[in-house]
Design a binder for this molecule. Structure first.
Ligand SMILES: NC(=O)c1ccc[n+]([C@@H]2O[C@H](COP(=O)([O-])OP(=O)(O)OC[C@H]3O[C@@H](n4cnc5c(N)ncnc54)[C@H](O)[C@@H]3O)[C@@H](O)[C@H]2O)c1
Length: 326
């Protein structure tokens, strides 16, 4: 079996690159920056496989430039950056890295929930600015978390992992999805409700849907009006699921109390006004950023490439019909 020629669009943890290098010739973009489209188009030429990131728009133009490539292995569970129908049409397989991000992302949603509710970032800044002059009865009052109601939008893998932890805080769980999920209910005692009911009754709303045409701007002005004035929104899914300009307005006017965000509508840009708000926590898309998870993601992406090289179905192929038709 001849060695494949693989392009890696950005640096990923060493164990994954070592594994790839053992069986393939590879070139890695080590600039630490997302490649310009024109550079990406050049770099993918003549490759057998491309290991791409969620920040790389893999459209028909890139696929045509990568003529002859058998697989785009995306280093993410989300794959809204890849035009899957275009790949299928061209006989190119696409894979993602599901499973290993689940608990890590759920953990980040909780980190944001607690930090926003208890004003951790804001009060830390206050201390560092030398403003702390002693305990105060009204200093940084926040929202209690325990015994409250948490609403989970999207009861898939991450939504479930997130909701399972709510039991530890004696919280009531509501969830909305395109259909009821008996496994979710069994594991979380969660109650299936409409999105409207979830928004009206939840103290914390955590979003865990993929970005799809149906979930684009799932939450906007109308939805923020339905939420309690004391409610907190957590988004670790994808930025465009929330109308960010309308979220800024809702946070400015006190329509909702706070937001803990990991993702943004126009990353890496923030909506005007967002960074000035004390009641928003703005993390730079780090929900899966643990040493453990990022290494596992790399190993899965490489495993998919090596399977394709051996003529096998990549274990997490998103369009297996391409493999069957070959
Ligand atoms: N911030 C990060 O770094 C990070 C990390 C991992 C995943 N993510 C995002 O999280 C998303 C969810 O990941 P997952 O592994 O849980 O996916 P999943 O496919 O297991 O779950 C998604 C759930 O959303 C539901 N859903 C779809 N459309 C809906 C709608 N209109 N209304 C309500 N629910 C709807 C689905 O039915 C499913 O239950 C990914 O697609 C990805 O974009 C972000």
């Amino acid at each position: 079996m001849s060695r494949w020629n693989v392009y890696v669009t950005n640096e990923i943890p060493k164990p994954a690159l070592d594994m790839l290098e053992e069986f393939c010739d590879m070139e890695v973009n080590r600039t630490g920056k997302v490649l310009e489209k024109s550079v990406l188009l050049e770099k993918v030429k003549g490759r057998d496989a491309v290991l791409s990131l969620l920040t790389d728009p893999i459209d028909a133009e890139v696929m045509d430039a990568a003529k002859g490539a058998k697989i785009f292995a995306n280093y993410a569970v989300g794959f809204n950056n890849i035009d899957i129908p275009a790949a299928t049409e061209r006989g190119i397989m696409v894979s993602n890295t599901p499973g290993v991000l689940t608990d890590t992302t759920a953990e980040m949603a909780w980190a944001l929930l607690f930090s926003t509710a208890r004003r951790v970032v804001e009060s830390d800044k206050y201390s560092r600015m030398g403003k702390y002059e002693g305990w105060g009865p009204m200093l940084f009052l926040g929202q209690q978390v325990m015994n409250k109601t948490v609403g989970v939008i999207g009861a898939g893998r991450i939504g479930l992992s997130f909701a399972k932890r709510a039991k530890a805080f004696d919280m009531k769980v509501l969830y909305s999805d395109v259909a009821a999920n008996p496994e979710f209910e069994k594991e979380t005692d969660g109650q299936y409700v409409s999105l409207e009911t979830l928004l009206q009754e939840s103290d914390f709303v955590s979003v865990h849907t993929p970005l799809l045409p149906e979930t684009h701007h799932l939450l906007g002005e109308r939805e923020f009006k339905l939420m309690k004035n004391t409610a907190i929104l957590i988004n670790t899914s994808r930025g465009p699921v929330v109308n960010e300009a309308e979220l800024v307005k809702a946070l400015q006017t006190g329509e909702i109390w706070g937001a803990g965000l990991d993702v943004y509508e126009f990353e890496p840009e923030f909506a005007p006004g967002l960074l000035e708000l004390d009641n928003a926590i703005v993390c730079p898309h780090i929900a899966s950023a643990t040493f453990e998870t990022r290494t596992k993601m790399g190993i899965i992406a490489v495993t998919n490439i090596l399977a394709a090289m051996r003529g096998e179905l990549p274990p997490t192929c998103l369009n297996p019909e391409v493999f069957k038709n070959n």
